[in-house]
Design a protein around this ligand. Structure first.
Ligand code: HEM
Length: 134
C-alpha cells in the first residue's frame, strides 16, 4: 500500500458484485473479498448484499472484532473516490400539524380568563346596588 494506492469510483467497484467477483467499500477502502466469501463467518450473502455501495455502516453495525478488522488488510485493493459515493439520506421528520389552530394569542386568552369573572361580579354587584336604591 502506500502513497500510490489505486483509486476506484463506486461505478467501477459496482462491477464486482457477484459471488465469483466480489468487492466491498468500507471506510474509504476497497476490498476484494471474492476468496473470503466462503470463509466469512457471517456468510457470503451478507457480503454480496453489501456490494455496490458504501458498506461501512453494514460492517460497523455487526460490531466486527479486531481480529476481523485485522483480516481486512489481506483483501485491500485500493481506495474509493469518495466523491462518487452518493451522500447519505438524512431522516427528516414529517412536519407536525400545528397544535394551536386557534390564532388568538395566548395572552389575550389569559387576560379574558382573568377579566370575565371580574366583569360578571361587577355586573352582579351593580345590579344589587341598583335594586337596593329603588
Ligand atoms: C473485509 C470485510 C469483512 C471481514 C474481514 C469480515 C470478517 C468477519 C469475521 C472475522 C467475523 C466473525 C466475528 C468477528 O470476528 O467479529 C464476521 C462476522 C460477521 N460479519 Fe463480517 N466481515 C467483513 C465484512 C462484512 C460485511 C460487509 C457485512 C455486512 C453486513 C458482514 C456481516 C457479518 C455478520 C452478519 C457476521 C456474523 C456475526 C455473528 O454471527 O455474530 N461482514 N465477519
Amino acid at each position: 500500500m502506500g502513497g500510490d494506492a489505486k483509486i476506484f469510483t463506486l461505478a467501477e467497484v459496482s462491477e464486482h458484485s457477484s459471488s465469483t467477483d466480489c468487492w466491498l467499500v468500507i471506510e474509504g477502502k476497497v476490498y476484494d473479498v471474492t476468496k473470503f466469501l466462503e470463509d466469512h463467518p457471517g456468510g457470503d450473502e451478507v457480503l454480496l448484499a453489501s456490494t455496490g455501495k458504501d458498506a461501512t455502516d453494514d460492517f460497523e453495525d455487526v460490531g466486527h472484532s479486531s481480529t476481523a478488522k485485522a483480516m481486512m488488510d489481506k483483501f485491500y485493493v485500493g481506495n474509493i473516490d469518495t466523491a462518487t459515493i452518493p451522500p447519505k439520506k438524512k431522516y427528516t421528520p414529517p412536519k407536525q400539524p400545528q397544535y394551536n389552530q386557534d390564532k388568538t394569542p395566548d395572552f389575550i386568552i389569559r387576560l379574558l380568563q382573568f377579566l370575565v369573572p371580574l366583569i360578571i361580579l361587577g355586573i352582579a354587584v351593580g345590579i344589587r346596588f341598583y335594586a337596593k336604591s329603588q
